[in-house]
Design a protein around this ligand. Structure first.
Ligand code: SF4
Length: 341
């Protein structure tokens, strides 16, 4: 089964397994794949189908070990930089986005590119370009070194300062207090970001807000669901990789909102027996780059441990979908036109 099918086939549910006891699982919904991740993973799958292996991908297409390993088995080759891609070959840019410099490097090496940057990341890139053109100082709240932040700040490096969090605020310097705006990485904690903004605004009363939310719908929805169930959770388990910003934030949010303990795991084999001492209610969620099959594996493991009763905690319904990258759509259309001739 393809990764994106695995994600949707097990979609929304509210179910009770046999052997009900007082032990239970509160299953957050929404959780798992977002529209941007689904699009990026399908783009690599379709590229493999259309052009054949190998297909080069700059950076992890999405931050999830299982997804990356599964695509590698099918012939995707993940590289850190475009100079690792042989001249003239195809390279796909990941959902996190790239700076104009990376596009230029690819063009210089005559690479064919498919840009799987999430449209909600592209939206933030466009905001940077727009404010830089008006000569604003742009305070980009986000994690230094994260691929998305590198790509976004690379749109206008002379105008962007990265603000890692509230503790970074005092080192910010600006030219004109009337021309300063904050923007953010898409996968941050909403609460922590607003603390940073409040600290910034204390020094910069005319600080402008982004034209619309930069923290994306998927990040916000997953945090809201975890906030709702966390007060009842003796233990919270979040499925997601260590380099997945939004997964790591879910663990922090769970602890902040009352979960007695919270852990992030890549897969169920990392669950530890000692976590369950005195635990009646286990909260479960997964980051936006996590296929549902990994959550299913965890739920089976929890059922084996006596936590077979599952109650869904739904706080939103998502139906957003993005069309595939335009370069790929064009080639898919050309291939289907050939087939029908
Ligand atoms: S987490 Fe948000 S910004 Fe990132 S890929 Fe998903 S929808 Fe796009």
């Amino acid at each position: 089964m393809a990764l994106h099918e695995a994600a949707s086939a097990h979609g929304d549910r509210s179910r009770r397994m046999e052997g009900v006891s007082e032990k239970r699982v509160l299953l957050a919904s929404p959780r798992g794949y977002c529209a941007g991740v689904d699009r990026a993973v399908v783009a690599v799958e379709k590229a493999l189908d259309t052009y054949g292996a190998p297909v080069y991908v700059r950076k992890e297409i999405v931050h999830n070990k299982h997804v990356v390993e599964t695509l590698e088995e099918r012939g995707a080759i993940f590289v850190n930089e475009t100079d690792e891609v042989p001249e003239g070959k195809l390279v796909i840019f990941s959902a996190h986005g790239v700076s104009p410099a990376v596009h230029a490097e690819a063009a210089a090496r005559n690479l064919k590119t498919i840009d799987a940057t999430c449209p909600l990341v592209t939206k933030v890139h466009k905001e940077v370009v727009r404010f830089a053109k008006q000569d604003y100082d742009i305070l980009l709240i986000g994690h230094e070194g994260h691929e998305e932040v590198e790509g976004t700040s690379g749109e206008a490096p002379d105008h962007v300062q990265i603000v890692n969090g509230p503790d970074d605020v005092d080192s910010v310097t600006i030219r004109d207090p009337e021309k300063v705006v904050w923007l953010s990485q898409t996968t941050l904690s909403v609460d922590e970001t607003m603390q940073t903004v409040d600290r910034l605004r204390a020094n910069l009363p005319l600080l402008q807000n982004p034209p619309s939310d930069d923290i994306c719908y998927a990040t916000q929805n997953r945090q809201v669901a975890v906030k709702k169930l966390a007060p009842d959770a003796d233990l919270m388990i979040v499925v997601g990789s260590a380099n997945s910003s939004n997964s790591v934030r879910l663990v922090e949010v769970a602890l902040e909102y009352g979960a007695k303990a919270a852990y992030r795991i890549d897969r169920y084999t990392e669950v530890r027996d000692q976590w369950f001492e005195g635990v009646t209610t286990v909260g479960v969620s997964s980051g936006a780059s996590v296929p549902e099959i990994l959550v299913d594996d965890l739920l089976k493991d929890l059922a084996r441990r006596g936590y077979g009763t599952i109650e869904e905690v739904r706080t939103a319904t998502e139906d957003l979908m993005f069309s595939l990258p335009k370069e790929l759509r064009k080639d898919l259309k050309a291939a289907s036109d050939c087939d029908t001739k």
